[in-house]
Design a binder for this molecule. Sequence first.
Ligand code: ATP
Ligand code: MG
Length: 474
Amino acid sequence: MPTPREHDSGLEGLRVLVVDDEEDIRLGLKKLLGSLGGQIRAAADGEEALRIVQTEGADVILTDLMMPRMGGQELLVAVKERSPETAVVILTGFGTIQAAVSSLHAGAAHFMIKPFENAEVLSLVSRLGRQVLAQRASMADRDGGGGPDLVAEDPAMREVLELVHRVAPSPVPVLIEGASGTGKEVIARTVHARSQVSDRPFQAVNAAALPDTLLESELFGHVRGSFTGADRDRKGIFREARGGSVFLDEVASMSPSFQGKLLRVLQEKRVRPLGSSRDEPVDFRLIAATNRDLEAMFRSGEFREDLFYRLGVVRIRLPLLKDRPADILPIAMRFLSRAAETCIGEGAAARFHFSPAAVEALEGHSWPGNVRELENALYRAVIVCRDGKIQPHHLGLEGEPWSRRDEGDETEEVPYAEGKQRAIERFQREFVRRALEAAEGNISRAAERCGLTRAALQRIMRQHGIEREAFRNP
Ligand SMILES: Nc1ncnc2c1ncn2[C@@H]1O[C@H](COP(=O)(O)OP(=O)(O)OP(=O)(O)O)[C@@H](O)[C@H]1O
Ligand SMILES: [Mg+2]
């Protein structure tokens, strides 16, 4: 039985509507669902429900089938016409299962047979709710906002975005700090897009990609003949910025001597191109980024303190993806449609959706590679998933049991025998792995522990591609 997840993850704006002619059920569900943190309304029949949908809207509707005036089926059809993104769940007794099943064809998201378990209701509504909210957010985002497509649903990321919007219009330098793949570059572009100079150039340079001389010539420019290969004058990015923004990525990898030169440029607003004897005035806003802890680096003498304070007049720290759980699904949906459109073609996005197990996998993964890893997972899923229903194993997440083999999960819609076979295989793998772990890779001891012969254990290991080396102590 799935347990309800923590409900701190952005269900506050969710509008749930409970429709049943039995008052006890209405009150019970209203009270239960209130714990999710959204706004819960109730109606006694389809007509009343439809009025609420028209005036206030609804994200998730739970409705009985048999009701006076307007029943659940009719309500479902009317809701889907007006508000296709609303998720409708049909509540049914045993007598009307057939009708409930056919409601799925009319667009119901799910049906539940009475009496239902509280945990089941909570888990279903919070899952559907998050999907609907994510979809709504991604639609709202597409309609504008200024700057690159950026998802910031989670409070942690909203706070970041607020800071971005506050500092963007002033010309102060900004330092963006975040682990790899957290979105440093998109944030830099957002700062620029929201600045007063958004119509001027945005130039990006990666300090780690170039040795000192080249970095210097790239940024400061050079005169012809100043070094081997410099066969013509170059203006350099600081001058080419013409009042725009320069995004200097991976600043932690600049050499001490280059740090000194950059500091001078920032203080004096002038550059001296390589091989020139004259300073040239420059006008740009510097946006720097790093995936290292620059403060710790200056404390240990690896980075110039004065430069650190210059760069970091405003510091924007990007949280890890796992620390902004409410963003995972909206970003995943964004990437899913982008990947489908790119890999398959226009309109392909509508063919794909996440299975409940995939949603759980996305939300439960630790995302060491952050947003970039999520992006890669979705491109992979679109390529390997054939029927449009994305399962956990399509995502290929590192370190998750389903990534070890292309197996799917047992709740997937497969024939009983196949599901059972998969379950057995999964059990074998886990069991053998644990035995090997306890025996530190010693096959005889592991076999003994689980009452198998050495040969049988080795056969299972071969079958699942398990290597004993992985369990040996270094
Ligand atoms: N909040 C977000 N909403 C939507 N897309 C995002 C978000 N953050 C990052 N992305 C996307 O994720 C990918 C990685 O982001 P980006 O390149 O900005 O990260 P980074 O921190 O610079 O990564 P790296 O450390 O690898 O250079 C990009 O495709 C970017 O568009
Ligand atoms: Mg980057």
